[in-house]
Design a protein around this ligand. Structure first.
Ligand code: ZN
Length: 134
């Protein structure tokens, strides 16, 4: 396995989401490659830092109901219902709720762009809002 392939799989490896063959390949590569081992440790450290410091906000039940209502087939006859399995609908809803919770967590964990204006050199401000001035 090349480093490029390994690096693409590292997040899934850290999250224990790889299939057995990919897991074996990544672990084999990590035994022989110090650079990828270091990257793996950095991913684990970032993950632990986020878990230790970020607040977790459960999406309200009303949001879940609203998402599920949007995903439900509107004129669902027997043919339309069989077109999308129930588990897929629930998985999509769970994904949307998880994405919303992640966005909220990310928004709370990352400093706002306006505070970046103080420390960010003018050359890096391009593309940011006009709130940064200059
Ligand atoms: Zn490597």
């Amino acid at each position: 396995m090349h480093c490029e392939t390994n690096l693409r799989l590292l997040d899934a490896y850290v999250d224990a989401e790889l299939e057995a063959s990919e897991l074996a390949a990544v672990e084999s590569h990590l035994r022989d490659c110090a650079a990828c081992r270091e990257q793996q440790l950095a991913i684990r450290a970032l993950r632990e830092a986020v878990q230790a410091t970020a607040d977790y906000h459960r999406a309200p039940a009303s949001l879940r109901r609203a998402v599920l209502a949007q995903l439900a087939p509107r004129d669902a006859g027997p043919v339309a219902r069989s077109a999308r399995p129930r588990w897929l609908t629930q998985a999509l809803a769970a994904g949307v709720v998880a994405a919303a919770a992640s966005a909220i967590t990310f928004r709370l964990a990352v400093p706002s762009a306006s505070s970046d204006c103080v420390t960010m050199p003018p050359t890096r401000r391009r593309g940011l809002s006009a709130d940064c001035g200059s």
